[in-house]
Design a protein around this ligand. Sequence first.
Ligand SMILES: Cc1cc2nc3c(=O)[nH]c(=O)nc-3n(C[C@H](O)[C@H](O)[C@H](O)COP(=O)(O)OP(=O)(O)OC[C@H]3O[C@@H](n4cnc5c(N)ncnc54)[C@H](O)[C@@H]3O)c2cc1C
Length: 428
Amino acid sequence: MADKFDCIIVGGGVAGSTAGYMLARVGLEVLIVERGNFSGAKNMTGGRLYSHSLESIFPDFAQSAPVERKVTREKVSFMTQDSAVTMDFQSDRLGFQSKDSYVVLRSQFDRWLADQAEEAGAMVASGILVDELLVRDGRVVGIKAGEDEMEADVVILADGVNSLLAQQIGMRNEIDPHHVAVGAKEVIELPPSVIEDRFNLNGDEGAAWLFAGACSDGMMGGGYLYTNKESISLGLVIGLGGIGKSEYTVPELLENFKQHPIIKPLIKGGKLVEYSGHVVPEGGYNAIPKLFGDGVMVVGDAAGLVINTGYMVRGMDLAIASAEMAARAFIEAKERNDFSADSLFCYQKKLEQSFVIRDMKLYKDFPAFMENPRIFNEYPELAAGLLTDLFRIDGVPNKSLKSKAFSALKKVGLVNLTRDAWKGVNAL
Ligand SMILES: Cc1cc2nc3c(=O)[nH]c(=O)nc-3n(C[C@H](O)[C@H](O)[C@H](O)COP(=O)(O)OP(=O)(O)OC[C@H]3O[C@@H](n4cnc5c(N)ncnc54)[C@H](O)[C@@H]3O)c2cc1C
């Protein structure tokens, strides 16, 4: 193995492999170092990939990549302990190329992306943990893994949410529990025909379903369900800051979630084939760390680039786009033969001009808004109460819809409701 590369990328997730592919395809010498035995071995997102950023690099990727189902059905539910109020959107409008999204299983998907980087000429070294960065005269010049030292013009940190390497060189602080959530996920195997019947899907169509309310036991967080080809990914994402206050552990919350009357019939007869846990950045725009320094750039989750608005979770499309921009910034820096922070500033500039930082900024107040416990307790109860009144006929003289709504709203308080609605609209 050469011991001086143009660029070394730490982490072979979606960000790392994208950066590796972009650099290798223009003939640069790139090393991607991944601690897992293969790319995706340590990854768990049974999630949905918004395709636009990958599509711009690999047009038609979904025809050859291991995607599970194209999402044509979106659902959002507000849950109480015994009920759910659900918004359901099913439409062909969701399926247009590059505006579409796919459910993916990361262990397969990341492997495919790493293969693309390798085929383009990147060297992928799996099963190797990078222990520290080599720093000379205040400038990052390479990596250290065990006894091995390797040098490069620039190191791209794509090592995920808990980037210890970025911490080591002071580019970010230790994880703040209020800036991350913990995700727990089960993959439950079911025959494709059962999945299609239960979710009203045809062929390769898929459903994405997010849940707020009782599933997080009043804490910041929520649940998700994605349909794969032959399984369902079911999980919870719970803000780390609140977990200590709950009487339940995260695995117990997931078990309760599976017993909920809306979930139980959907997974009935399914076989649990995988259980995993991972951390998710939740701090939003205000928690983005320093993105570049002398000889170093930070991308994807390591840069805190995740948007969680409750009805959508986006990390992969931002990770891919940020990695692409870091690669382009490196190519420009290589042309100048200048890898100083001043030269790599063009990475931040590219991010700021793109949807990445613009979207992060747009939702910057959302993490603070989500700290409001009423969202997870009172409002799901309010919606369920209102609909119970609406649909239940019991022979007692009926009240007008207006007075039913008013008595339900009084429980939360009109001032609270108005204030929360105002904050919510502004945060979104
Ligand atoms: C439960 C859950 C649900 C999610 N749902 C969605 C969703 O539906 N849609 C979406 O877009 N996003 C979702 N996300 C977020 C998404 O998973 C991330 O934003 C995305 O994976 C970030 O990619 P990345 O390449 O930056 O980091 P990662 O995918 O975390 O990759 C980092 C890689 O670096 C490796 N690594 C770390 N440290 C080292 C080291 N020192 N040496 C060598 N290798 C190292 C790791 O093994 C890993 O492979 C979810 C996340 C979780 C946890």
